[in-house]
Design a protein around this ligand. Structure first.
Ligand code: SRM
Ligand code: SF4
Length: 561
């Protein structure tokens, strides 16, 4: 006779249960000036506070240089000009003098030293933004379509994004204690020892959780890659409610077929008034059914995949307390941002500025960081909106400010028209080396050079000016959502990449692996015959991704590498 034992919970579960406030010994280590980094336990707690302890991987061979990445939480990516000024100051004083716009509409600071951590987080909080729950096993930054050009309902959708972000935020007293008041919580005090978050309980979620809002026809947040996605249904310019999509995610591991990217399923329609109930219901399904014994299998997408859509809908309805209606019709036509100046539906103007790989910095001939700083100083009423395509939108610009802003940007080499090539305009790359501890290969640093070479190749094979969505990541985790791209480079080993092909223009189809272990220097040689064939064979207006599905996918081995 065998005795069945429950599978062992992960170390992270034990850690969360041991200190449910997530305070760890962070405050004590912050106060200890002789320490330049935190313990392994605090490393895990710090994530919930928006901090990743990293070491500079360029220097790893000679010495371990501890640096911190600080990620802010900015629902919908909307910042005031005053907040941008604060962030710009913090990046200059305490970071590596760059601001990194992320694929979830936040700002990351890289290279912050431990001794400056509190100043950065205090500065962010003083500006009325936060870093709480930017990382960790909680609901992450809520994304929302940022472009104000298509419908007045965008403002209402953004309002819902903010409400949901607030409702799903953890309530731990540790955050204010450590970062605002500078005190170590007494972990023996019953209120702290037994702290129970009203939504998350004592052990939070089995894994990260992501929420998005999108306004068709532009799928600029890649809604189907979120754990829960709200697709706005707009009738006569009024937001009536949302189609709910659940169970999306990108992360996978090389050589582990049990991990895979997955598109969320649309499970029904809900009226706008129900959005908070809905968001909590989906989150608690993840909380209660996610796999706490294996972090690689812990995302909601596996619950939905394994238990099925009907089970998920029934469980949702039980928890939310209402029945979903059948999904309403919607259509996505693109995933990209609207570059340049455009008139917003409220009559003001907005300008979308291309930011290569999301990195706001000054370089010879293009001083983007300085330019944005000056815009924030001279035009304090405008909004700075970060896009999930890693770009910047200057919004709510009065007519009279349009020309002066164009002139100011031009004086720093930042163009407002013809900003970049068709290929670059729709590209994304994750940070990878030297900051990301999980990177297997370069991404952000090698990407501009690779794009130069691919642009040249496209011109040579007759595809000059053709838009192809290209994304790159330094590992299979999928931070720049590579599995949605028409062509993706996914790091596998130093200088080597998998190439994936076949995503679509609207962000509704996953791509498939085409080549494994391609050397970065061989990428053009591999792509040349493919692009030549596409140039020859494409039918009227056929995009690369659609052609790849038709012509390349049938040639792929049944089981991906
Ligand atoms: Fe990510 C881990 C950067 C969006 C899936 N991600 C990381 C870490 C924190 C590495 C780590 O755990 O040590 C990276 C920090 C690198 C650095 O030095 O800055 C990192 N992720 C990023 C950012 C900055 C990429 C970017 O180019 O902008 C994005 C920050 C978003 C934000 O502001 O919150 C970012 N990450 C994403 C996305 C895209 C999205 O959410 O739209 C995904 C895919 C969607 C998903 O979650 O499935 C994503 N990141 C991951 C994963 C894989 C999760 C999984 O289910 O397996 C990891 C690894 C992990 O969690 O263990 C990861
Ligand atoms: Fe790091 Fe991988 Fe994410 Fe790139 S995709 S930032 S290498 S975890």
């Amino acid at each position: 006779m065998t005795t069945e034992t429950a599978p062992k919970l992960t170390r992270n579960e034990e850690l969360k249960a041991s200190v449910p406030t997530l305070a760890g010994t962070i405050a004590a280590t912050l106060a200890d000036e002789s320490a330049d980094h935190f313990s392994q336990e605090d490393y895990d707690f710090l994530k919930f506070h928006g901090v990743y302890q990293q070491d500079d991987r360029d220097l790893r061979k000679t010495q371990k240089t501890w640096i911190m990445m600080v990620r802010s939480r900015i629902p919908g990516g909307v910042m005031t000009a005053a907040q941008w000024r604060v962030f710009d100051d913090l990046a200059s004083r305490y970071g590596n003098n760059t601001l990194r716009i992320t694929t979830r509409q936040t700002i990351q600071f890289h290279g912050v030293l431990k001794r400056n951590l509190r100043a950065v987080i205090q500065g962010i909080n003083d500006s009325l933004l936060s870093t709480l729950a930017a990382c960790g096993d909680v609901n992450r930054n809520v994304v929302c379509s940022p472009t104000p050009a298509y419908t007045r309902a965008q403002a209402a959708v953004y309002e819902d994004c903010r409400r949901v972000a607030l409702a799903l935020a953890p309530r731990t007293p540790a955050y204010a204690a450590i970062w605002i008041n500078g005190v170590q919580l007494n972990l023996e005090e019953p209120a702290n020892k037994n702290f129970t978050d009203p939504l998350y309980g004592q052990t939070y979620l089995p894994r990260k959780f992501k929420t998005g809002f999108v306004v068709p026809p532009v799928n600029d947040v890649d809604i189907f890659t979120n754990d829960q996605g709200y697709i706005a249904i707009v009738e006569n310019d009024e937001l009536v409610g949302y189609n709910l999509a659940v169970g999306g995610g990108m992360g996978r591991s090389h050589g582990n077929a049990a991990t895979y990217p997955r598109l969320a399923d649309v499970i029904g329609f809900l009226p706008r008034e129900r959005v908070l109930d809905a968001a909590k219901a989906v989150l608690t399904i993840h909380r209660d059914f996610g796999d706490r014994t294996d972090r690689r299998h812990a995302r909601l997408k596996y619950v939905v995949a394994e238990r099925g859509v009907d089970w998920t809908r029934a469980e949702f309805e039980k928890r939310a307390g209402f029945k979903l209606e059948p999904p309403r019709p919607f259509r996505f036509t693109s995933t990209s941002d609207l570059y340049g100046w455009h008139r917003a539906v409220d009559g003001t103007w907005f300008l979308t500025i291309f930011v290569e790989t999301g990195r706001v910095k000054d370089v010879e001939g293009r001083r983007l960081k300085t330019a944005l700083r000056e815009v924030a100083e001279k035009f304090p009423v405008i909004e700075f909106r970060l896009t999930p395509n890693q770009n910047m939108i200057l919004a709510r610009v009065p007519e009279a400010d349009k020309e002066p802003i164009t002139a100011l940007l031009a004086s720093h080499g930042v163009r407002t028209e013809n900003q970049t090539s068709a290929l670059r305009a729709v590209s994304l790359a994750c940070p990878a080396l030297p900051t990301c501890g999980l990177a297997l290969a370069e991404s952000e640093r090698m990407f501009p050079g690779l794009m130069d070479r691919i642009e040249k190749l496209c011109a040579e094979v007759g595809l000059d000016g053709q838009e192809i969505i290209i994304r790159s990541t330094g590992c299979p985790n999928g931070c720049a959502r590579p599995y949605m791209a028409e062509i993706a480079f996914v790091g596998k080993a130093p200088g080597r990449y998998q190439i994936w092909v076949g995503g679509d223009v609207a962000g509704t189809r996953l791509n498939r692996v085409w080549k494994d272990m391609v050397k970065e220097t061989d990428i053009e040689a591999e792509l040349r015959p493919l692009l030549e064939r596409y140039a020859r064979e494409r039918q009227n207006g056929e995009r690369f991704g659609d052609w790849a599905v038709r012509a390349v996918w049938p040639e792929l081995p049944a089981v991906p590498a």
